[in-house]
Design a protein around this ligand. Structure first.
Ligand SMILES: [Zn+2]
Ligand SMILES: [Zn+2]
Length: 300
């Protein structure tokens, strides 16, 4: 909170529920109806404000529990709420035990998390299903940092999108890709890797390197919704995209709709959002700022 900063003053002037400048760490919950008729809830990241987000937004957005977690990377704004996950875990109705919650993450992220939370990194006991202490019970699932593999996560097909988050760190974005909708979430990125950009680029026929074509013969439709990291309204930053780089990506990929996420206090919501909305008329691109508590209904 900077002294004399208009965005921070606005962020503190109204309750968070009615205030688009009050921002917790970037996160999302994908809620969808599974084939079995029950809703599923997939959480992306549990950062340092996870507990606050759960208390404020889960009841308002009808998030009943968490069925799986996707982690983008190992930084505090993505993983430091993992200890609080216990409070949203399901319990076995008969035994009352905490049901182990699948967490999808890269091998690199796992190695950092194991140091940050050694007591959470232990796999649940195969017999009792419980970890030794009364802590989050997490079932770690290491994923490949490749956009060519689609994982079935609670019945939803999701691809990993490796991206550079600073030149020394690979973070993951995620692409829901179920044949009807292509929804991408990339919260921590300074540069797209070529194979990720390839996966996000629409193609009417399978084109690409021979080995890519063999792995993936289906044409790729345009991205229906892109959620993209945008730290600053100007310039460049070593570990995050800023608006100029976001616009380059959006103009190239032409997603049907883009929501910018992860903004710093240099971005005041209403003033920049107004400018972004004008891009629909001037360039035919649909870009807006996301905000805490935003719900985006999509027919998956
Ligand atoms: Zn500020
Ligand atoms: Zn980070």
């Amino acid at each position: 909170m900077g002294e004399g900063c208009d965005t921070c003053r606005l962020a503190l002037s109204l309750p968070p529920e009615a205030n688009k400048n009050y921002r917790c760490t970037p996160s999302a919950v994908i809620r969808f109806a599974h084939e079995d008729g029950r809703s599923r809830f997939i959480l992306i990241d549990a950062g340092k404000t996870f507990r606050e987000q759960v208390i404020r937004w889960f009841p308002r957005c009808d998030v009943a529990r968490v069925d799986a977690i996707l982690l983008t990377h190992h930084h505090a704004d993505a993983v430091l709420g993992l200890d609080d996950v216990r409070d949203v875990q399901s319990h076995d109705p008969v035994s009352g035990r905490i049901m182990p919650l699948p967490v999808y993450l890269s091998a690199t992220c796992m190695s950092y998390v194991a140091k940050q939370f050694p007591y959470l990194a232990m796999q649940p006991d195969p017999v009792t299903g419980n970890t030794p202490r009364r802590v989050s019970s997490l079932d770690w699932r290491i994923v490949e940092e490749s956009p060519h593999v689609a994982y079935d996560i609670e019945g939803l097909m999701i691809r990993m999108l490796p991206v550079m988050h600073g030149e020394d760190t690979v973070a993951l974005g995620f692409l829901i890709d179920n044949g009807r909708q292509r929804i991408a979430y990339i919260s921590d990125v300074s540069r797209l890797l070529s194979e990720t950009e390839w996966q996000l680029t629409a193609a009417t026929t399978a084109v690409g390197k021979k080995e890519e074509v063999e792995r993936e013969v289906h044409p790729r439709k345009e991205i229906d919704l892109l959620m993209l990291d945008c730290l600053l309204p100007w310039g460049r930053h070593p570990t995050h995209m800023c608006l100029p780089q976001c616009l380059v990506v959006i103009r190239k990929l032409r997603p049907a709709r883009t929501l910018l996420i992860g903004m710093g206090h240099e971005i005041e919501h209403e003033s920049l959002n107004k400018k972004l909305l004008r891009l629909a008329d001037s360039e035919g691109i649909h870009v807006a700022l996301a905000y805490d508590g935003l719900r985006v209904p999509i027919i998956l």
